[in-house]
Design a protein around this ligand. Structure first.
Ligand SMILES: [Zn+2]
Length: 520
């Protein structure tokens, strides 16, 4: 729109226009950045304000639009949808990250996030950046900003510690990290049962790094995220904490591909085809850089087996607990109770595999729907992410999710092979997408190879679905045609080819996304 007319625009018209631009910016920054030619920084989902402005101009045809107008939209956004990162804060965040990376005794490769921040915010390319805030309902936050006490605390499960030391504290299923002014609050706030580690947050350093603290009253404070370098693991169970980092160090030295460490989010390791060499499969995967595996539970018994096996490899193997739609007909009175008990174990990180499969119809459709809805409810109750399966059931599947899933509950549609329209619906619903070796088959996967570009990096994860879906173009072909988690980098390479990014980048981004998603 024309600058000279700006002041004459009536209030309602201006509000209407704000709303339109805000909606467009949401599409650009949250849902389909690549479609608008935006490349969001993987570490914080931001892009340069000037880049966004150019994209908005192009899309709206408003050549005259200024940066100040975008800033106005951000300021007036009633739901605080966006955040502008000023160069001053960015430079300090970069400096803090550099300082963190240089702590004695710490390998820089252990802190990929910090290294990125350093590169991204190098002196000279300091320009304001903008990002969408996490969570649709950030605006519900009515707490005042304030000056927090010098130190805040956060109680956390010991198992989460290595990941927190690498990536900082991220919101878990909700929009904020909960922090406490006193240690006993922190202990109460520790989400998962069992042994806790206490984290101490240097709030002055955090504020310098751009963290905003909100005072929720009664000594509870909220933040969107807290970077790793202002955190110290403190207090209780020092030996366990050291044990945690020792485990991490040995994991690093043991595997030649440690710098390519990645996560297979879906493997059926308890499948009978692994009966004789299960341990070897785990080791071979680790040697290929696939150091963390999430075992898919598909029935109560299968989930129990997966959780028990994963518990033998803490910090490396995890499991989901759920009932596949094929098995829905076997569900009964005790199913939810069993899954709930399983989910209380340390190795279980998600509810699923659950969903709908109208391709095979191994269970009656209404039974599938009933148990899908119940498992969504269970995930919501436990604040655990969902691992979802859908074949030829898109409409009912989306409808049940809309009806039963709280908007902020993370969910991944695993082994996505659907249409563009289906993909767009899932992305709009805020779902994550899992891509398997299906994408390696040029004959079967034509559409998918195009579609994978539409998935924002922070929503894309990769999986082998072992022992199924062996990539067709794998050479040499594996014996018995059995798929293994060690082939995950091959899938990453196919995704890289389809998206025009490098394999390294795909492995790094999907790993980061999986860690955030499963909180590992
Ligand atoms: Zn599946």
């Amino acid at each position: 729109m024309d600058q000279s007319n700006k002041n004459r625009v009536s209030k309602p018209a201006a509000a209407e226009r704000d709303k339109k631009i805000s909606k467009l910016m949401t599409m650009m920054l949250r849902h389909a950045p690549e479609e608008f030619g935006l490349r969001l920084a993987p570490e914080d989902g931001s892009c340069e304000l000037s880049e966004l402005l150019a994209a908005v101009r192009l899309r709206t045809g408003c050549e005259q639009m200024t940066e100040e107008e975008i800033r106005g939209v951000v300021r007036r956004s009633d739901k605080q949808r966006f955040e502008i990162l000023e160069p001053q804060n960015l430079a300090e965040a970069g400096a803090a990250a550099t300082a963190g990376a240089e702590k004695p005794g710490e390998e820089r490769s252990e802190h990929p996030g910090a290294a990125e921040a350093q590169e991204g915010f190098a002196a000279g390319d300091a320009a304001p950046r903008i990002r969408a805030r996490y969570g649709h309902s950030f605006g519900k936050l009515t707490y005042p900003q304030g000056t927090p006490p010098e130190t805040l605390y956060h109680g956390t499960h010991l198992q989460a510690l290595p990941s927190i030391q690498e990536h900082g504290l991220l919101p878990m299923g909700r929009e904020y990290v909960h922090l406490s002014a006193e240690t006993h609050f922190a202990a109460l706030a520790g989400r998962r049962r069992g042994r806790l580690a206490m984290l101490r947050i240097d709030t002055a350093a955090a504020s310098r790094a751009g963290v905003v603290f909100y005072d929720a009253g009664s000594g509870v404070w909220l933040a969107e995220r807290v970077p790793a370098d202002v955190l110290t693991a403190d207090g209780a169970q020092e030996s366990d904490i050291q044990g945690g980092s020792a485990m991490k160090a040995s994991e690093g030295s043991k595997h030649p591909n440690a710098d390519r460490r990645t996560i297979d989010i879906g493997i059926n390791l308890m499948h009978r085809s692994f009966g004789s060499d299960r341990e070897q499969v785990v080791e071979t995967a680790a040697e290929a850089g696939v150091t963390r595996l999430i075992l898919t539970g598909t029935s109560v018994r299968g989930s129990e087996a997966a959780a028990a096996y994963a518990a033998r490899y803490p910090g490396r193997l995890y499991a989901t607990a759920g009932v596949h739609p094929h098995d829905a007909k076997s569900c009964g009175e005790s199913t939810l109770r069993s899954l709930r008990e399983l989910a209380a174990g340390d190795s279980v990180v998600a509810i699923g595999e659950c969903g709908l499969d109208y391709n095979r119809d191994f269970s009656p459709r209404e039974v599938q729907r009933e148990w899908f809805a119940k498992q969504i409810g269970l995930a919501a109750e436990l604040a655990l992410p969902l691992f979802l399966h859908e074949r030829d059931a898109h409409t009912d599947f989306a409808e049940l999710l809309r009806e039963h899933r709280p908007k902020d509950l993370s969910a991944v549609v695993h082994c996505f092979t659907g249409s563009e329209e289906e993909l767009r619906t899932y992305l709009e619903m805020g779902l994550h997408i899992g891509i398997t070796g299906w994408i390696c088959d040029e004959r079967r996967s034509g559409a998918l190879r195009e579609l994978v570009r539409l998935i924002p990096p922070n929503r894309l994860m990769i999986e082998t679905d072992t022992p199924f879906l062996t990539p067709r173009d794998l050479r040499p072909k594996p014996k018995d045609g059995r798929n293994e988690p060690a082939f995950l980098p091959h899938i990453a390479a196919a995704v890289a080819e389809c998206t025009g990014r490098s394999t390294e980048e795909i492995m790094r981004q999907t790993t980061e996304t999986a860690r955030t998603f499963f909180r590992i």
